[in-house]
Design a protein around this ligand. Sequence first.
Ligand SMILES: C[S@@+](CC[C@H](N)C(=O)[O-])C[C@H]1O[C@@H](n2cnc3c(N)ncnc32)[C@H](O)[C@@H]1O
Length: 282
Amino acid sequence: METRHRFSERETEDYYDAEDVIYRSVWDADGSVHWGVFDTQSGNETGSIREEFLAAGIRLNELMVAAAGIDENSRVLDVGCGNGTTATWLCRASGAQVTGIDLSGVRIANAVESLEKVPELAGRLAFEKASATELPFAAGTFTHVWSQATIYHVPDKVKVLEESYRVLQPGGAMIFDDLTKPRTDISESAQVFVYDRLLFDTDFSFYSYIDALRETGFRVIQARDLSSHLARSYAYLSQLASIAQGPEGYRERFDYLTDAYMKTVDAINNDELGWAQYLCVK
Ligand SMILES: C[S@@+](CC[C@H](N)C(=O)[O-])C[C@H]1O[C@@H](n2cnc3c(N)ncnc32)[C@H](O)[C@@H]1O
């Protein structure tokens, strides 16, 4: 399968180095940047928009921990850990040993700095600047590879799957979520407000991702289409952008995002963007 290389890792690194203030103002002041799974069954969602959005993110984390069987005996690599917020949550919630890597030097510096606030996790949580395409770890180092909202950014996605496979011990599991492209004919609005805005493209649909995982050598245990939760996440994010407070001069960016996030909801509803979560075993 051919993977597109329209954006470089360098552009992605610059983007994430520069955008931390925006993301903290709109998504999560603690620095996590991922979508969530909403409780559509119980009708118990009665918090503020922000509380419900953040709770949905934690619900995704919890579902992933349970599906992958991560516990105090696990050694987990978080690929694209950003500011280290979820890796810290994971270390605390599961008792696992967690290492986070990210391309953004700014985010890794934030993650390393945040270690001071969690002395109780010393020795079990570490961060390192690295690319998902060149993991600085020996084969078989980890019991689990974990990744949220990251692989879509990487031009060579197959390489990320191969590297993840390599650093897993035999029988180890990779659990991750990623954006997918359900169809190839993309409207100009989706191209501009989703793909170009986020500096990404992908050849993977929900199903061809499974093929790529199998071609890498993985046994695919679980594949979940979470696109409806992605649409809901962006509807919430549009509202959060509309009320965001940030440093002087940021209002224009927040207004742009309010609109861009609703156009992202449209793209999902038009099958121009999808979101999937996979669990696979080496
Ligand atoms: C949407 S953020 C998600 C961050 C984190 N997983 C979270 O849930 O908060 C995407 C992250 O992927 C990182 N990233 C993009 N390309 C990468 C690569 N080739 N290797 C490692 N990290 C990468 C970015 O720097 C950014 O921190």
